[in-house]
Write a protein that binds this ligand. Structure first.
Ligand code: WT7
Length: 656
């Protein structure tokens, strides 16, 4: 990938932390030195932020790589750490969750003392349904407080939860239930989607029929719509959990007790059940939350807009914030219901101070126009974060200016379902952030950018993002498939590839290191294009397009080309109010040539109304490649909205 370097973006803007934030930051620059000096000692110190019933005897056991064990012999209860200890410390009346339902006016306020009772009741009810330590429980719920309660109740019992996003189909749900052999499924009659009830129970009914492991289905009544009922199998939440005893004694479990399985979407192959365990996971989720969001538990109101069905919801709605005793907003609905200002209305209403969202949402807000957030008072915000994809520098700047009032730090956080917690990110009180760069690995994380031979690339170089040393919240394996775990993550470089004895984790992303040593994520390596012998990253061309004032969002693919091997084909969404004039495509092509170099000039630019995205908001470039190469479309089942592809293909035919 070295030859992308000539094309690197020349982003020179830099934003130092506000003085006050820097002076009072939870984590200061010394943390980097401390962790470099003694990485395991550093993590042991962070683990002490938690309550352990039994201290560990060894921090890391790496004697059987790539299978890591952290905090050997240590015992803790994850739910106790997220709930009970705050109550015991006298903070029971502090609000844990401000829940904002999709239907206007449908809200709930849950204190830590309330949460303790709810989790205890759910733990007692699940015990009655036959769940005990080591069992798997599938959770298929909308964004309602019961989703958090259900996860914590499993954790409290030492059972392993597998949350399946509420938008997934029967196929996806039954495949996941089956793979994990889940005994109980927790669901609801339905949820609200864009102002209307949308049923969930029928999907579970169909899935359960295909999955002999399912003994019980626990159903939350949310919409009140009629549901089919299987006697002996189905039980109502309000008739069991809500009638259960509010007292429950938490047992300690081993640090390596499986906490959850979360399936990564996987575009074609069978989804991978990413397994996370307890002590190391909670240590890193908890510490990174404290460090990256700089939480001040007495004054901050935090809001992460992710769904609980993704790892962001696990680590930065449930385990990170609650283990730190945070007060947070949880919102059930979409950003445009009932109007496009809903997010900003919520920030204003709850005086949110810390906001965590995704580039796909940010670019949508850019497209909707600056005037929408401008109508609301967002002055409570003091820090804003991004996760999920590379954030284009212009989207970063837009976010800081229009949401952060040109005042707040922006933390661009790189991590994966597999890494369990944030790995690369600015520290808001330390780092002078550059728009579009995730900056540096957090203390205790040895991320590196390497060439084909696993040698670190020098400043100014580009290559593959790897992690050289195990980290506490790393995935432990792929559920039921150790070999696939080794093949997928550990066989590209180092010992797993037969080179030397260092085990090196390959994240699948490309990255570059700039002249100051800061990291820029370039997207999945599968998305890199080969044009006339040059490697060009889709992310860089997309960022160049988004830096044009008329463009809100762009997706770029490499399409087969008889002369150049691949040619750059771009799909763009224009900003609100911009006309798609005849000259526009040429103007954008020239803009890319000027920003990156003539080699990156798109062969074709298509103005489209929407882009195909997965339900977690990632652009499905595979489908755009099918369009660009005039092929019939591949598997579209993970698409959020399948009609999008018709809109795009129609646009192609009319030559728009
Ligand atoms: C992939 C992991 C981590 C929670 C949500 C996604 C991409 C994620 C960033 C970022 C550039 C990013 C990577 C990564 N990604 N965050 N800040 N900058 N790319 O979890 O679904 O497991 O996806 O998302 O490509 O490998 P996931």
């Amino acid at each position: 990938m070295a030859d992308t370097l000539a094309n690197l973006l020349s982003e020179t803007r830099q934003f130092p932390p506000p003085d006050e934030l820097a002076a009072n930051a939870n984590v200061k620059a010394e943390a980097y030195d401390r962790a470099t000096e003694d990485r395991l000692g550093f993590w042991a110190e962070q683990a002490k932020r938690l309550h352990w019933n039994q201290e560990w005897s060894e921090v890391l056991d790496w004697s059987n790589p790539p299978f890591a064990k952290w905090f050997i012999g240590g015992q803790l209860n994850v739910a106790y750490n997220c709930v009970d200890r705050h109550v015991e410390a006298g903070r029971g009346s502090k609000v844990a969750i401000y829940w904002e339902g999709e239907p206007a006016g449908d809200t709930r306020e849950i204190t830590y003392a309330d949460l303790q009772q709810l989790v205890n009741q759910a733990a007692n009810a699940l015990t009655d349904l036959g769940v005990s330590a080591g069992d798997r429980v599938a959770i298929y719920l909308p964004m309602i407080p019961e989703a958090v309660v259900a996860m914590l109740a499993c954790a409290r019992l030492g059972a392993t939860h597998s949350v399946v996003f509420g938008g997934f189909s029967v196929e996806a749900l039954s495949g996941r239930i089956d793979d994990a052999n889940a005994k109980v499924v927790i669901t609801a009659d339905g949820g609200y989607r864009r102002g209307k009830p949308s049923a969930l129970k029928p999907t579970v009914d169909e899935a359960a029929e295909r999955c002999p492991s399912v003994e019980k289905v626990l159903v939350v009544r949310r919409t009140g719509e009629d549901v089919a009922w299987t006697e002996g199998r189905d039980v109502w939440w309000h008739e069991t959990v809500e009638r259960a005893d509010t007292a429950h004694t938490a047992q300690p479990f081993d640090a390596e007790n499986p906490l959850f399985i979360l399936y990564t979407s996987g575009t074609t192959a069978k989804p991978k059940g990413i397994l996370h365990t307890s002590g190391g996971y909670l240590t890193q989720a908890s510490w990174t939350y404290n460090a990256v969001f700089d939480l001040k538990p007495d004054t901050d109101v935090y809001w992460c807009t992710a769904d609980i069905g993704w790892v962001t919801g696990h680590s930065y709605i449930v385990y990170g914030p609650l283990s730190n005793g945070a007060t947070q907003v949880i919102y059930e609905g979409t950003p445009d219901t009932p109007h496009r200002g809903r997010f900003w209305e919520i920030v204003d209403k709850y005086k949110v101070t810390l906001l965590y969202t995704a580039p796909t949402a940010i670019r949508t807000f850019m497209k909707w126009g600056d005037d929408i957030p401008a109508k609301f008072d967002l002055s409570s915000l003091r820090l804003i974060g991004s996760v999920g994809e590379p954030i284009n520098p212009e989207a970063w700047i837009w976010y800081r200016k229009n949401i952060g009032g040109d005042r707040t730090p922006v933390v661009d956080t790189w991590w994966q379902t597999e890494t369990g917690a944030i790995m690369i990110s600015p520290l808001p009180g330390v780092t002078s952030a550059k728009p579009g760069s995730a900056m540096t690995p957090l203390p205790g994380i040895s991320a590196d950018v390497v060439d084909d031979e696993a040698k670190s690339v020098p400043a100014g170089g580009g290559g593959f993002l790897v992690i050289r040393e195990p980290w506490p919240s790393m995935l432990r394996t792929i559920w039921g498939d150790d070999q696939r775990f080794i093949d997928t993550y550990w066989s590209r470089f180092g010992a797993g590839a037969g080179n030397g004895d260092e085990w090196i984790y390959f994240a699948g992303d490309g990255a570059k290191r700039d002249d100051d040593g800061h990291l820029w994520l370039l997207g999945r390596v599968d998305d890199v294009m080969l044009v006339s012998g040059h490697n060009i990253s889709t992310t860089e061309v997309e960022s160049a397009l988004v830096s044009h004032p008329k463009v809100a969002e762009a997706a770029v693919v490499g399409a087969t080309d008889p002369t150049t091997t691949q040619a750059v084909v771009a799909f763009v969404i224009l900003r609100g109010g911009v006309d798609d004039g005849d000259e526009l495509a040429q103007e954008l092509r020239n803009h890319v040539a000027k920003t990156i170099g003539p080699i990156a000039k798109p062969r074709q630019i298509m103005v489209v109304p929407e882009l195909p995205k997965t339900r977690s908001g990632k652009i499905m470039r595979r489908l755009l490649r099918d369009v660009a190469e005039n092929r019939s479309l591949g598997d579209v089942t993970t698409l959020q909205d399948s009609s999008v592809m018709d809109l795009i293909s129609d646009g192609m035919k009319t030559g728009k």
